[in-house]
Write a protein that binds this ligand. Structure first.
Ligand code: HEM
Length: 422
């Protein structure tokens, strides 16, 4: 969720039409985006575990901050469901609303419910289960080597554009069965980047159209000649998905994989390069890389907040009256640091009970978190092995977070190292 840049801001005026209640906090403005932990703390103090908030354009919603409350929402899909057409605010939403790409209904796995969701998600799960994690690690290593070779001779680079985003995108597109080399694979990678994260001068609508066309072609090719890849396993699956359903779900898989995995790599590298607990034994320190990856999921998780769920009927949550059709934003980052589970205000990172991959029926489908771990770990370890004296090229205080409350990652990550002979 990076194309819009909402962030928490001042409280709405009391006269604001807030179905969620007076005193709702605006998720727009620029004040808190660099320090969300403080924001979650103050929201919790002022509003409790379920806070009334205003999305872009002052559209009311609930932000679920409590670990127990969020777990309840995620595991009660009969009360809190995924089809956004349930929303009771649609008549107030303009067609060009900035959050429309994430909230507008699409016929993909993301918005399906019940048996239809189990059918679609079951196909994805089995298609992902067919990936050999050792082969994936080897492929990521090859992709990493090639990306590093492009900048290794110069002694410095901006890692977000030269490495962090490129590696998972390339890996996922190859997992889907696109050829390892070839100009149309590169074109698809470029178009996906533009659709998910358009820069100045880009045309995301045209790029998204080309992505659909190329994936439709891929599905046709794999129907004719299946191989050992995600797309082939989807077309040959007994559930009998149509080509259009497969295209929609491939786009969901690629989009769901790329941004969070890239930001997981980014936030882990930032931690390793700035925190002296890790700096001491960073190069080749396998255990430390694993610890950093896990700590990031607890404290700086990529998908901070996610929209969401919609109430199926009137109900109660965290002492709030939730009306049928209300929107709930999943406060994954806030729930991970909930003082109810960390009463001493120390957040440990020894286990994986965080909610960074969400939970319940619509959670990030097993084994996607394992595949993301292989990609992220290989990306970080390969970089540190190849460039052992890698360090920040700016003072840590100059690093800035992207202005988004949805996806947490840095705008840029400038680094320097001893140039490698080419
Ligand atoms: C190989 C990499 C990944 C793949 C293929 C993948 C795939 C997916 C898919 C298909 C969904 C939709 C599930 C559904 O609606 O039934 C999903 C949801 C999600 N994923 Fe992932 N994902 C990947 C990596 C990650 C990472 C690294 C994170 C964060 C650390 C993450 C966090 C989430 C979250 C928060 C959801 C939303 C679940 C919800 O609605 O409750 N994913 N993922």
């Amino acid at each position: 969720m990076s194309t819009s840049s909402p962030s928490f801001g001042p409280q709405a005026p009391a006269s604001c039409p807030v179905g969620a209640g007076a005193g709702a906090v605006r998720l727009s403005g620029a004040s808190y985006q660099q320090t969300p932990t403080q924001l979650y703390r103050s929201l919790r103090r002022d509003h409790g575990a379920v806070a009334p908030v205003l999305l872009d354009g002052d559209v009311p919603a609930w932000l679920v901050l409590g670990y127990a409350e969020l777990s309840y929402v995620l595991t009660h899909d009969e009360l809190f469901a995924r089809d956004s057409r349930r929303w009771n605010q649609w008549e107030t939403i303009p067609p060009d609303w900035p959050l429309m790409p994430f909230v507008g209904y699409q016929p993909s796995v993301l918005f399906t419910e019940g048996d239809e969701h189990r059918r679609r998600a079951g196909v994805i799960t089995e298609a992902l289960e067919g990936i050999d994690q050792f082969e994936l690690a080897r492929d990521c290593r090859r992709i990493a080597d090639r990306l590093i070779a492009d900048f290794a001779g110069s002694g410095r680079t901006e890692l977000m554009s030269s490495y962090v985003h490129a590696l998972p995108m390339r890996a996922v597109v190859e997992m889907c069965g696109m050829p390892v080399s070839g100009s149309d694979t590169q074109q698809l990678v470029d178009d996906l980047r533009i659709s998910l994260d358009a820069g100045e001068g880009d045309d995301p609508v045209a790029a998204y159209g080309r992505v659909g066309d190329r994936l439709r072609q891929l599905v046709e090719d794999k129907r004719a000649a299946p191989g050992a890849d995600i797309t082939s396993r989807m077309v040959t699956h007994g559930a009998g998905l149509t080509d259009e359903e497969i295209v929609q779900d491939l786009i969901s898989v690629i989009a769901a994989a790329q941004q969070p995995t890239a930001n997981w790599i980014c936030n882990t590298l930032r931690l390793l390069l700035t925190d002296e607990r890790f700096a001491l034994n960073v190069s080749g320190g396998r255990l430390s890389v694993g610890e950093a990856l896990n700590e990031v999921l607890w404290l700086d998780t990529p998908t901070q907040n996610f929209i969401g769920r919609w109430a199926v009927r009137d109900t109660q949550l965290g002492g709030r009256h939730i009306r049928a059709g209300d929107c709930l934003v999943l406060g994954l980052a806030a729930a991970n640091t909930d003082p109810e589970i960390w009463p001493e205000s120390y957040v440990g990172a020894e286990n994986s009970a965080h909610l960074s991959f969400s939970g319940g029926e619509h959670r990030c489908p097993y084994p996607a978190p394992l595949l993301a771990d292989v990609m992220a770990r290989t990306a970080v370890e390969t970089l540190l092995e190849q460039l052992p004296d890698l360090m920040l090229a700016v003072d840590p205080t100059e690093l800035s977070w992207r202005p988004s409350i949805w996806m947490r990652g840095l705008s840029t990550l400038p680094v320097q190292f001893s140039p490698m002979a080419q």
